[in-house]
Design a protein around this ligand. Structure first.
Ligand SMILES: [Zn+2]
Ligand SMILES: [Zn+2]
Length: 223
């Protein structure tokens, strides 16, 4: 299986899309380096954060993570860095798991807190209001994929929204996702730690389970 490095998504191979604009405020969207080697971050000058997953392992690969361990690590910070930057470990991490772990790292070590208004959480048009290719307003349209929401601008740039804005599917499709807020992280961790959720538990390495439990406990203390 070919693992794409974050360095492979550059201005050059986003050329088919041209310059990208922030779907929330229309300012240019710049590349932003994130700790996770398989995620490319984006941010505008108003600090609206987005990201693209460069690679998602299938369940066969992510099930192997449970037998792996980051070695020579002393602190939780070391553990998070190892799982997100060592290709041998990272390529087995479930995508949701990697996103959640990265956000815990950002919250704890970079003080990057994100709080969306409750009413905006499920509202696509709050964050994806403008076309990232030409800045015009996005409106919904009918398209054959019933599992996603069709959005397009007056220049006929077409998108499908499902947990992110998917476009360029005929070239090198990308799914632009809004960054995960603190609340979503908590909800996700609860799901991962739920003993009834056997499918998730079977992909959760011990070291990350330990970090999740600690994070939830700390939140409990702060409340
Ligand atoms: Zn913006
Ligand atoms: Zn457009």
């Amino acid at each position: 299986m070919k693992v794409i490095r974050s360095s492979t998504l550059t201005h050059d191979n986003t050329k088919p899309f041209g310059k990208l604009f922030c779907p929330t405020c229309r300012e240019p969207l710049e590349f932003k380096k994130l700790l996770d080697i398989l995620t490319q971050g984006f941010e505008c000058k108003n600090k609206h954060p987005f990201f693209v997953n460069l690679f998602s392992p299938d369940s066969f690969e992510s099930a192997k993570a449970i037998d792996l361990e980051a070695l020579k690590v002393r602190t939780d910070e070391d553990i998070m860095k190892a799982w997100l930057t060592d290709p041998a470990l990272r390529k087995h991490l479930n995508t949701q798991l990697a996103e959640t772990l990265r956000r815990i790292y950002e919250i704890q070590f970079e003080a990057k807190h994100i709080f969306y208004e409750k009413k905006d959480l499920a509202c696509v048009s709050t964050h994806f209001h403008f076309c990232p290719l030409c800045k015009n307003t996005l409106v919904s349209y009918d398209q054959p994929d019933i599992g996603s929401l069709g959005l397009k601008c007056k220049n006929n740039h077409e998108f499908r929204y499902r947990s992110g804005l998917r476009f360029g599917w005929e070239i090198h499709g990308i799914r632009l996702k809004k960054e995960l807020d603190n609340h979503t992280i908590q909800t996700r961790i609860k799901g991962w730690l739920d003993p009834k959720n056997k499918a998730l538990r079977s992909q959760l390495p011990n070291q990350i389970e330990h970090i999740f439990k600690k994070y939830v406990n700390q939140l409990g203390v702060e409340k």
